[in-house]
Ligand binder design. Sequence first.
Ligand code: NZQ
Ligand code: ZN
Length: 385
Amino acid sequence: MFNFNYRNPTHIVFGRDRLSELDKLVPANARVLVLYGGGSVKRFGTLARVLHALGNRTVFEFGGIEANPQYHTLMQAVELVRRESIDFLLAVGGGSVMDGTKFIAVAAPFEGDTSSLLYHGFNPAPATKVLPLGIIATLPATGSEMNPYAVISHNNGKHSLSHAELFPQFSLLDPSLSFSLPPIQVANGVVDAFVHVLEQYATYPVNARVQDRFAEGILRTLIEIGPQTVAEPDNYDARANLMWSATCALNGMLGVGVPMDWTSHMIGHELTALFGIDHAQTLAILLPAVWTERKSQKHAKLLQYAERVWDIHEGDEQSKVLEAIARTRDFFERLGLKTRLRDYGVARPDIDRVIQALDQHGMHTLSERGDINLEISRRILELAW
Ligand code: NZQ
Ligand code: ZN
């Protein structure tokens, strides 16, 4: 196991009927900005309940944060925060609202060019002050509710933002707030969480038994409850297990002390930026292709995955690995996600545009070993087509 530091200060408030506790979670004298997306929180009554729970605090609202949140939209909220001296941000929504809110938390107090905050990759943004934020999650998927990361769209690219002070102060996770999700968004959530686990797991062994078994437990849980929670939207137990799986999948616990491979995410961001494919669907397309291309480099962990997650015990090692890749693809398809680039209307020559975008964004050394160059990315995309 590699050396590591681990710190996660986010207070999780999990379960039914806990919205009224907002009154204790948000400072009494705060000037609060409540942020939300395209309107689902209005349609399903969550926003009204949140505003009620905030009592007589001074509250402002900012709606209209789109999926794959755009820098220019978020800058309108930054201006509101500055104009009204807002000192607490409350995100109510899915990963896009959470991430947009994180950007605003860094950008509002920032004195330089705010767009420059988006060009530091996985390094921390050079901000000295970050506004405190809280989250009310309505979509279990990204793990943003318990991590210090955001992904923001700017200039036809999706850019990672991180900062040690970007952990939410609290995240209120009430599975019943997600009952109103359309089935495709639930399926997206299962796949996003599943792939988050795998990009911290399917690399090479470093004898990190706790991380491996924690990962395998989440994967098996998602396989058990994934199709069920898509089919039974108001099954509380299934949704609660999805919600906690998604949070644990990317709250940092799985990635400590182990190599990670974010190739599917990095190429996937270009597919979203270029073709508008939902984030999780880009992962369903790419993960089986990445593994097919990299099955020898990842052999030991893919074999472990085959045996411990899918209970594949027959056949030789190679056939077990191939069977595990096939079952993974089948799992995504059963949830309702297509797994080929062509299924989303992308033409084969469009692969050139993806390669150009990867080049432009400096994605020349992907994978746990940094050895996926543009030529190998092209092979992955061809396998994914
Ligand atoms: O905008 P509204 O009207 O609220 O509708 C949303 C949106 O259309 C809807 N929705 C959310 N909660 C709902 C609901 N509809 C009915 N009932 C509810 N309870 O769902 C749609 C999708 O929402 P979005 O927030 O875009 O989805 P998701 O949570 O999957 O977030 C995706 C974003 O997160 C980023 C992705 O890149 C993408 O931009 N990621 C963030 C990460 C992080 N911060 O750690 C890691 C991830 O890998 C990911 O990259
Ligand atoms: Zn993701």
